[in-house]
Design a binder for this molecule. Structure first.
Ligand code: ADQ
Length: 463
């Protein structure tokens, strides 16, 4: 069995007791790495100041070697905060107004990818299969090929891939697309992202759809397909079933006794549509005053990427808005929105999802959105809640039992809340059962196995 090498921006290194950070993706990839033996390489998350680090720091855990490197201050600024998070992230989420095209940042992005390739290449054996993750590392395969590696290399993009109209606004779109052609397998979250990729090749005249998922571009033939990521459905459902014993979950239950709970859980990110969601909740109460004091909206939102100015600004905006809405619609004995700026353990999160009558998931654009899937998996089969989901989340293409909304349409989203709260228990069960069956069948292990199967098996036309 070929050894597996996973490369991602950050690496979920287990602590000294061997306990790995929680999360379905990390668990699934670690399982695949343990089975085959392999390496997980990436950035340590630390800065080395102004000196370029000389070697990778290695840690062995069972069959897995974790290999991480620090990055210089300049590298962190240009590659991570700069190009990855201030160009690729906003462009892929259709926020062209937020993209900042600094030449230094673009150069830094390609430079750090070359640096990663130079550090990784000496560890690679000829039969290793390499799986690269996400937008930080698009040029990595090209850099590994430049060094002479002939291994099978796959790439999975966790975020949306935009339409050609949007992508061409990025000054280095040709280089980015050339970078993608050096992989043997490209994985997208949805068929929609795949179509956008294929549409660009046709429109710019730089490649062909050969059928059967094969494409050629820049003199290479590769496969591209949609692999919608899943969660550890059965394990998460079990966690949620047991979580009612947790003290935090018990306290939460007591505090919302007699009211319906609406839950939102997101990283603090402009792509998640949190301000539009608060607007929709306010509109719902304004349109339906009978629900005053009958619902509580809990929004759990840990800070993220605070070094990027747009995120810092967003933190202020959401906090102010939550305060304003509470002031406008709250009463002496009712605080409508509870806004929490911290992350919760998976256990508590699972318990809170289960308590909630509505999972309120309304990103303006999202590759998949695992919160939507976790909410469904956490429900009590006898009394499941209702998922109100943005049509712009990748998950909307799978979770057909959700109430789909357009998050830009405040009135429509408010109406969906009203519909969810008055839905019959029979309809709730029927909608939930269909989604749960889908999630049990398409869990994260299947996602991982499907991608690896296609990466490992050489296609007839492969290079
Ligand atoms: P993210 O943008 O981070 O992921 P998402 O898919 O929702 O978005 O995953 C977030 C994860 O963080 C979930 O597992 C959630 O439980 C957890 N989380 C969020 N808030 C939390 C909190 N307050 N406390 C504890 N945990 C919290 C990117 C893409 C997505 C894609 C994933 C996976 O942007 O579209 O679904 O990768 O491919």
């Amino acid at each position: 069995m070929a050894r597996l090498v996973v490369v991602s921006n950050r690496v979920p290194i287990p602590d000294k007791d061997g306990v790995a950070p929680a999360g379905g993706l990390a668990v699934a990839l670690q399982a695949a790495l343990q089975e085959r033996g392999g390496i997980w390489m990436g950035w340590s998350g630390k800065s080395s100041g102004s000196r370029e680090p000389e070697r990778l720091s290695l840690r062995q855990q069972g069959n897995i070697t974790y290999a991480v490197t620090d990055l210089t201050d300049t590298d962190v600024e240009e590659y991570y905060h700069g190009f990855a998070n201030r160009v690729l992230w906003p462009v892929c989420h259709y926020r062209l107004d937020l993209a900042e095209y600094g030449r230094k940042e673009m150069a830094g992005y390609f430079r750090v990818n070359r640096f990663f390739a130079q550090r990784l290449a000496p560890l690679i054996e000829p039969d290793d299969v390499i799986w690269v993750h996400d937008y930080h590392l698009i040029p990595l395969a090209a850099e590994l090929r430049r060094i002479g590696l002939k291994n099978r290399i796959g790439f999975f993009l966790h975020i949306p891939w935009p339409s050609a109209d949007v992508l061409v606004t990025m000054p280095v779109h040709e280089e980015i697309m050339r970078g993608l052609s050096h992989y043997d397998l490209l994985g997208f979250q949805t068929d929609h992202d795949l179509q956008n990729f294929a549409g660009y090749l046709a429109r710019e005249g730089i490649g062909n759809d050969l059928g059967d998922g094969l494409f050629d571009s820049h003199g290479r033939t590769f496969k591209a397909a949609a692999y919608p990521i899943g969660i550890e459905t059965a394990a998460f459902a079990e966690l949620a079933g047991k979580a009612s014993a947790n003290i935090m979950v018990r306290k939460a239950r007591q505090s919302v006794e007699g009211r319906d709970l609406i839950i939102g859980v997101d990283r603090l990110d402009y792509s998640k549509g949190i301000t539009q969601r608060l607007d929709a909740f306010e509109r719902f109460i304004t349109n339906n005053p009978a629900y005053q004091n009958k619902v509580t909206y809990l929004q759990i939102t840990p800070k993220s990427r605070s070094e990027v100015p747009e995120y810092e600004q967003m933190q202020r905006m959401v906090a102010e808005q939550a305060g304003r809405v509470n002031g406008a619609i709250g009463t002496v004995d009712w605080v409508p929105i509870r806004y929490i700026n911290r992350s919760s353990s998976r256990n508590v999160l699972a318990g809170l999802y289960r308590l909630a009558t509505i999972g309120f998931v309304t990103p303006l654009r999202d590759g998949m959105n695992l919160v939507a899937k976790e909410y469904v998996a956490a429900q009590d089969p006898d009394r499941p809640g209702v998922l109100v989901l943005s049509r712009f989340a990748g998950a909307a293409r799978e979770l057909k039992g959700a109430l789909l909304v357009n998050p830009y349409d405040v009135e429509g989203t408010a109406n969906a809340l009203a519909k969810a709260l008055t839905m019959s228990i029979e309809e709730r069960r029927e909608r939930w059962r269909g989604m749960m069956d889908h999630l049990l069948e398409h869990d994260v292990s299947r996602w991982c196995n499907d991608f690896l199967r296609d990466l490992i098996v050489k296609t007839p036309a492969a290079n």
